[in-house]
Design a protein around this ligand. Structure first.
Ligand SMILES: NC(=O)c1ccc[n+]([C@@H]2O[C@H](COP(=O)([O-])OP(=O)(O)OC[C@H]3O[C@@H](n4cnc5c(N)ncnc54)[C@H](O)[C@@H]3O)[C@@H](O)[C@H]2O)c1
Length: 277
């Protein structure tokens, strides 16, 4: 989609992080915005940061609620008359091993990260079909091609989002709709702060600080790279230098790289446990 000006973009997870920066930068490019999130206060803060005079509407939507997502798609078309782009960005994480995580927390992550993207894609597809050109941008992760320990439902869901995206690319290839599968590396946002954890030895604050240390890309930069991928109709968009390096390492050492990460994180966790008691 070369020219974003005047296009209607529906965006989930717009109250924070990458989603907030996408909203700000898309408004600067002349897009009309239909912004969704579960966090009303955060959405209002995002809207207060927007410049330009395009139309902006906000919706409280839990992306894990299928009926609400379908109703949202109808509301967007009723409010804006059309929709040209859906960006399925909302996401959450966990910091617990598969063995220890409750099914409740597993489902919380999986339902938002995978089913949220599926519902957003299927609910908007009929309206996207009606446009001369349209785009679906689904946010996966580098964890869509390699797992990080103690984040099992997220790893599984992001792999599933990648599979969904690749299937959509195949199935929609002769249509007006282009699909971008986005794979960010570490982006400095609230994702770990908002995660669920069953661990008692590493308190949240410490995990947030650890994440902030390794997350090498700002949310602003991530948003501009994602918009670049949208404008160029890229099928696959890596976000951040770490994502580029990880992508290469995973191709070269598909199992070895995963083993190395598992070993390194396991050793660090053991040390933290020992120093905690
Ligand atoms: N931050 C990273 O390092 C990183 C890396 C790879 C991929 N991602 C992905 O980027 C996307 C954006 O995450 P972020 O890093 O900006 O995190 P963030 O926590 O800053 O923002 C996530 C947003 O999603 C919203 N949200 C959570 N549950 C929701 C629900 N049920 N319905 C609607 N909205 C909901 C939150 O309220 C928040 O506004 C996510 O899909 C995430 O998995 C992030």
């Amino acid at each position: 989609m070369k020219n974003l000006s005047g296009k209607v973009v529906a965006l989930t997870g717009a109250a924070s992080g990458i989603g907030r920066c996408l909203a700000i930068q898309l408004a600067d490019k002349g897009c009309h915005l239909a912004l969704a999130d579960v966090d009303r206060k955060g959405l209002e803060e995002t809207i207060a940061l927007l410049s330009g005079n395009t139309k902006v509407s906000m919706y409280i939507v839990d992306v894990a609620d299928k009926d609400r997502v379908y109703a949202w798609a109808e509301e967007v078309v009723a409010d804006h008359g059309q929709v040209d782009v859906i960006i399925n960005n909302a996401g959450v994480a966990s910091t617990t091993s598969i063995e220890d995580i409750s099914y409740q927390d597993f489902d919380w992550v999986f339902n938002i990260v995978f089913y949220g993207v599926l519902y957003g894609t299927k609910a908007f597809l009929p309206y996207l079909r009606l446009r001369p050109e349209a785009n679906i941008v689904n946010i996966s992760s580098v964890n869509g091609f390699f797992p990080f320990p103690n984040n099992g439902p997220y790893n599984a869901a992001k792999h599933a989002v990648k599979g969904l995206n690749q299937t959509l690319i195949q199935e929609l290839r002769n249509t007006n709709i282009r699909v971008t599968s986005v794979h960010p590396g570490g982006i400095k946002t609230n994702i770990v702060r908002n995660s669920r954890s069953a661990d008692d030895f590493l308190e949240k604050d410490k995990k947030v600080k650890e994440f902030d240390k390794v997350a090498g890309t700002t949310a602003e930069k991530a948003a501009s790279i994602i918009i670049g991928g949208l404008v160029k109709n890229r099928k696959r968009q890596l976000v951040g230098k770490d994502a580029v390096v990880i992508d290469l390492l995973v191709r070269m050492f598909p199992q070895g790289f995963s083993d190395l990460v598992g070993f390194a994180v396991g050793r660090k966790d053991r040390k933290s446990r020992q120093s905690a008691g």
